[in-house]
Design a protein around this ligand. Sequence first.
Ligand code: NIG
Ligand code: FE
Length: 405
Amino acid sequence: MFDILIKNANEIVKEDGILQGDIGIRNGRIECMGNSFCKELSHAQTVIDATNKTVLPGFVDCHTHLVYAGSRHFEYELKTAGETYSSIHKKGGILYTVEQTRKAGIEELVEKGLKDLDIMLQHGTTTAEIKSGYGLDEKNELKILYTIKVLQKLHPITIIPTFLGAHTIPEEYKQNRQGYVNLVKSMIPEVKGMVEYCDVFCDKLGFTYEESKEILEEASKHGLKLKIHAEQTGYNQGAKLAAELKAVSADHLDYITEKEMEAMKQADVTAVLLPGVTYHLTELIPGNKNQKRFLPRKVRTMIEKGLRVAIATDYNPGSCRTQSMKAIMEAAARLYRMNNREIINAATINAAYALNRANEIGSIAVGKKADLVVHDCEEHGILVDNFGVNLVDTVIKDGEVVYQR
Ligand code: NIG
Ligand code: FE
């Protein structure tokens, strides 16, 4: 007997094609799928009728800054009036959130974190990476990482923690950049037991190529895997560094050139694109006269070169405030002109690669973890076409129903 039988799905979206029929789940794993295979054993404790519905792997949100306090919604009208992310950064931006987060207690951060994770789960996310980076001193970075630890215990979403002490230079180190780089390096042995990845914002608003390298090499020495915020607000050699250090992923990449694409391909670095940032900041819209920034062409080149392309929310209070992977898929189609198959793989299996978990999650396959979402639409293309609404019907996490509309 199965624990769960998903019956009669109109589409079961696999990594390389579509099936119809049933999915049998036992002991947290997918045991069988498709019309003929689940028939003989079609008893189950729980039966989910998926007639006229579509089953996808749970979304993997491989890049978020979910733990923060306060809100920066007041920045949005500055953006609509034409201000850029960089100009707002000078007036507050990340450092405004750092101020709010330093004032917050763990309880408040946990409460807000759980709310955000609930919204994510209701929108079909079953695995999420969370970065620190709004503490920027030892006490507050540890507070955020401890918050993430509590969230891991309390929430069904699988959470993968990342240390982003190198998010930007805090106010008190503005005149002493190397002092802050040294501080971040000294935190690595302290935090290494609490995180899987170390990330750096390699950008003119964050850290230089050399500073990023110094920090990431230290992290690597301590056994952490690497991620890099690269080429976000301009070209800063972050993608090159990702290839040199064999980072698991390089993220953003708005200003990447073909040379780094090739280096990333060689070094097997996953390209994590964040189309929600493009949408939210309204700076890099398609059709922009500056062809270097013409993102659909850039994304097409990455795909044609065989780079593994993932997408993520980048959920944070400044550059992209959405918890919904579906919203990101909608933006990937409209702003980057990715097709439906590319988008779904980017939000699932390729995002699982960006977290080094592609053998366990990210696709519907016998033996893989039963992290599955039933969507209330007949075909997967509707998820991209029907924008601005949530179509999630049922979320199954580790073989258990954790959300039902
Ligand atoms: O990925 N750019 C660096 N970090 C975030 C934004 C953080 C913020 O604005 O609070 C990003 O876009
Ligand atoms: Fe980010």
